[in-house]
Design a protein around this ligand. Structure first.
Ligand SMILES: *Cc1c(COP(=O)(O)O)cnc(C)c1O
Length: 476
């Protein structure tokens, strides 16, 4: 239908004014506040005007729409008051998914955050002496305990501080150790991590000049040694978090780099990225160095994330030689990059789980430890619950979960996937329907024209939500 322009002005006249709608909705205005309701009314009326101007509505249709204005306003209000940050179900099988918020936190950790955040705490207060205390003292003790468990005597000269994230930790360490001088780094380690973290850019911001050595694929310890001069302040090692180099490659062992540093009295800084505090061989992943491997090798400072393999809240952690950590603490940037009580509380509770050797308290670790058989069983339950589906074909296929978060790019865990085929929807459209699931969107993988769900990253109590969503999609 196409309403002639002359008829449209009559149609506009059928629309109520803002005040008329607000009067009619007085009760809602009292409950939700004048400003929010007025905004919603304005959007609804603007939408109707656009529809009239497009010529899609006749007078009958406008009358019906006007009747429905209060409901439309309430819908608009509900949508505009919905938080932008929402929970989702991660069915991708990527355990530390940066886009989905990395490590989920466990019940005991959340309980600690709740207790500390809900009231006052001794964040910077020495209860015994009634004096001002230091916020970083809390986690330093726990790291010391954990390192003593793993390193024995060698843990004595170490301490740890925390900043906002690992990018901040690298910036802070480079600035403290390298400002005004040079940091020697291999051309094979000038990496970019997602979210525009590029080592050369961070170095420039830290005021440390980049002294590149070696080649993309091969760097020897002699390359580092030749580059050492008057201006050299440190040797930098960066973990190749999100890629692997294979073939004709060479990189000096950490211990060789440490020996070179000692010889020239230069600190070795290692950006570990993921930084596991447990032995990944326990989940069948080899070749991924842990934090204590680096400290044992004699690295002076290691930096790593709190929310990658460690499985805690977002944080950047700097562990290393006491004297150097003391210098880092003195840097005004440390104050700029400091973390709040929520992070300290969450990190402390996570570290306590490590000290108690309780990996079940850290959801990311729990997911890594799930045996493939258990996942196959859960997938079979989901499949069985959807046996009567008419348009969805569901198979269980072998696959791989990914640790993610810059941990061992090739580190995968065997899993079983639910592979979905719809007779009516393309894989993309089916994945879109899953994302549109209310109240909790489901995020799936699409591979080779099929939607794949990996239950490793789905909490068991969410399995039934997946069944519900799929049967709703099946009967669309
Ligand atoms: C992940 C990563 C970073 C950045 O850490 P954030 O905690 O995301 O700031 C830096 N370096 C390496 C090697 C990484 O893997």
């Amino acid at each position: 239908m196409n309403v002639p322009t002359s008829g449209k002005s009559d149609l506009y006249r059928l629309l109520p004014s803002l005040d008329e709608v607000l009067q009619e909705m007085a009760e809602v205005v009292r409950a939700e506040g004048h400003a929010a309701v007025a905004d919603a009314v304005r959007s609804v009326l603007a939408r109707l005007r656009t529809e009239i101007s497009s010529g899609r509505l006749d007078s009958k249709a406008v009358e019906v729409a006007v009747q429905g204005i209060p409901q439309a306003v309430e819908r608009e209000l509900r949508q505009s008051l919905q938080p932008s940050l929402r929970s989702v179900i991660n069915a991708t099988g990527v355990i530390l998914h940066t886009n989905l918020g990395r490590a989920p936190l466990g019940g005991a950790v959340l309980q600690r955050i709740r207790e500390i955040a809900a009231g006052y705490s001794n964040l910077e207060f020495d209860i015994e002496h009634g004096e001002r205390g230091k916020r970083d003292s809390h986690i330093d003790k726990l790291f010391a305990k954990l390192f003593a468990q793993q390193l024995g005597e060698a843990a004595n000269g170490l301490s740890t501080v925390v900043v906002n994230n690992n990018a901040a930790a690298v910036l802070l360490a480079l600035n403290t150790l390298g400002e005004g001088g040079e940091a020697v780094v291999s051309r094979g380690e000038l990496v970019e991590i997602g979210g525009s973290f590029r080592i050369p850019d961070i170095m420039a911001k830290a005021g440390a000049a980049l002294r590149e050595v070696g080649t993309t694929n091969r760097t020897r310890v002699s390359d580092y040694e030749r580059a050492i001069g008057e201006k050299t302040r440190l040797l930098l090692r960066v973990h190749r978090s999100n890629f692997a180099m294979v073939g004709f490659t060479e990189q000096p062992a950490l211990t060789e780099l440490v020996a070179l540093g000692r010889k020239h009295k230069l600190p070795v800084l290692e950006d570990l990225g993921s930084g596991a505090l447990f032995d990944l061989r326990s989940i069948g992943v080899s070749g991924e160095p842990g934090v204590t491997d680096s400290l044992r090798a004699g690295v002076d400072i290691v930096t790593y994330s709190g929310d990658k393999l460690l499985g805690g809240p977002q944080a950047g952690i700097l562990s290393g030689k006491k004297e150097l950590i003391a210098r880092i603490r003195q840097n005004p940037l440390f104050r700029v990059l400091r973390v709040d009580k929520l992070t300290y509380a969450g990190l402390e509770a996570t570290l306590l789980a490590y000290i108690r050797n309780d990996s079940s308290a850290v959801p990311a670790l729990r997911m890594m430890h799930l045996p493939a058989d258990a996942l196959r069983q859960r997938a079979a339950e989901v499949q069985k619950s959807l046996a009567s589906a008419s348009s969805l074909k569901i198979e269980i296929v072998v696959g791989e979960s990914v640790i993610g978060g810059g941990a061992a790019p090739q580190a995968t865990l065997p899993t079983w996937l639910l592979a979905l085929d719809s007779q009516r929807l393309s894989a993309e459209a089916l994945a879109g329907c899953l994302r549109a699931t209310e109240p909790t969107p489901i995020i799936a993988r699409v591979e080779e024209g099929r939607v794949l769900l990996d239950l490793r990253t789905v909490f068991p109590e969410q399995d039934s939500l997946i069944v519900q969503a799929l049967s709703a999609i099946d009967s669309l």
